[in-house]
Ligand binder design. Structure first.
Ligand code: ACO
Length: 341
């Protein structure tokens, strides 16, 4: 017993997920709802994307509002406070400051450190190793990692090729320090980016490179622009190679993976990633049909839809604008039983 604990104590600490939380806006928008305004139809959207409906925030609801709701849910489940808040988002409440400090204050977390991570759809996967590093180095005791987006506000309401894809929502996890053999342990990680491909998926105006002026508005540059086919191709390629890289780091085989949770971009991307990795579809989580692509919120929202036993091996992988991508391994946490109140 003493030998085992000595062995354990000598190994470096890692981040351990101990609770989950979610928030989605109540307003369900079906494909038929969108077809009332756009030249699209339910059959096209379902066939090309697998998306049947998504949630849109009402005009008074911001990314921070959803983040607070998901964060409160996770904190309640964890049964205690945190000393750091990371909000992964590409739809922040404002250009300056970050969304996280206000979220931390609204959650009653005093002077907790708080900052945003912007890696678009890969934001949550980038925030997870940051949180893990903070607890492993003793910089933080417990970190609340929230992926939150109001994508509906940056997508062109008149562009059928992007409007149908995205939805709004938030998901959160609480990360504490622990050991690699505990349920909920996260890592290793694989992260990457390719800034030569920025033009494939961007909101060109609104930052320092291009202000929002009449010219930008006329060209719809204040809304998301996307080369869908190329994004599709790269998303599959990068999520597969990054997944293989993280498995190799851990010395694991694909057969060791009990569950694949890939960024919920669309059903065809999810299927292509699973097929190329040779992971059976019944070991994959998919909720894209209900929520669409919620960007940085998609992985934690999918975590909340997974039903696993503590200790089972989960492979997380994501890809998004940047281009930026990443993968992580995680063993399924020993989650607290939800409090019905
Ligand atoms: N309804 C009806 N027709 C449409 C719609 C729509 N909503 N959108 C596009 N079309 C039309 C196009 O105008 C085109 O018409 P045309 O042939 O007359 O020109 C036709 O459908 C085919 O368009 P494509 O873009 O070639 O269709 P494709 O089969 O490539 O599917 C899609 C488009 C679904 C966007 C696909 O490329 C895709 O899934 N890409 C990935 C994009 C993505 O997931 N982005 C999310 C952000 S990044 C990430 O999260 C990974």
């Amino acid at each position: 017993m003493a030998a085992a604990s000595t062995h354990r104590a000598s190994r470096p600490p890692v981040g351990v997920v101990e609770a989950l939380g979610t928030a989605v806006p109540p307003h369900v928008v079906t494909n038929d709802d969108l077809a009332q305004h756009l030249d699209t139809n339910d059959e096209w959207v379902r066939t090309r994307t697998g998306i049947a409906e998504r949630r849109f925030a009402d005009p008074d609801t911001s990314t921070g509002d959803l983040a607070v709701e998901a964060g409160a849910d996770a904190l309640k489940a964890a049964g205690g406070d945190v000393d750091t808040v990371i909000v992964a988002t590409t739809t922040p409440d404002r250009m300056l400051p970050g969304t996280a400090p206000e979220v931390a204050s609204r959650l009653g977390l005093g002077d907790a450190s708080a900052f945003d991570v912007n890696a678009a759809c890969a934001g949550f996967i980038y925030a997870l190793p940051v949180a893990s590093g903070l607890v492993a180095t003793g910089t933080a005791d417990r970190v609340l990692v929230i992926g939150a987006e109001v994508m509906s506000r940056i997508v062109d309401p008149d562009d059928r090729s992007t409007r149908v894809l995205f939805g709004d929502g938030a998901g959160a996890v609480v990360v504490r320090s622990g050991h690699a053999d505990e349920p909920g342990a996260v890592g290793p990680f694989d992260l990457g980016s390719d800034g030569d491909q920025t033009h494939l998926l961007e909101v060109p105006a609104g930052g320092t490179r291009q202000p929002i002026d009449d010219h930008a508005i006329e060209n719809r540059h204040h809304f998301l622009q996307m080369d869908g086919r190329e994004v599709y191709r790269q998303a599959v390629r990068r999520m597969v190679s990054s997944s293989r890289a993280v498995l190799a780091q851990a010395g694991l085989e694909v057969d060791d993976v009990d569950c694949l949770i890939a960024h919920q971009a669309n059903a065809r991307i999810l299927e292509a990633v699973a097929d190329r990795l040779e992971i059976p579809r019944d070991r994959c989580v998919s909720n894209v049909g209900r929520y669409g692509n919620t960007s940085a919120a998609s992985i934690p929202l999918a975590l909340a839809d997974a039903s696993l036993e503590p200790g089972q091996q989960v492979l997380l992988t994501s890809f998004g604008a940047g281009m930026a991508w990443g993968s992580s391994l995680m063993t399924w946490p020993d989650l607290p039983t939800p409090d019905p109140t």
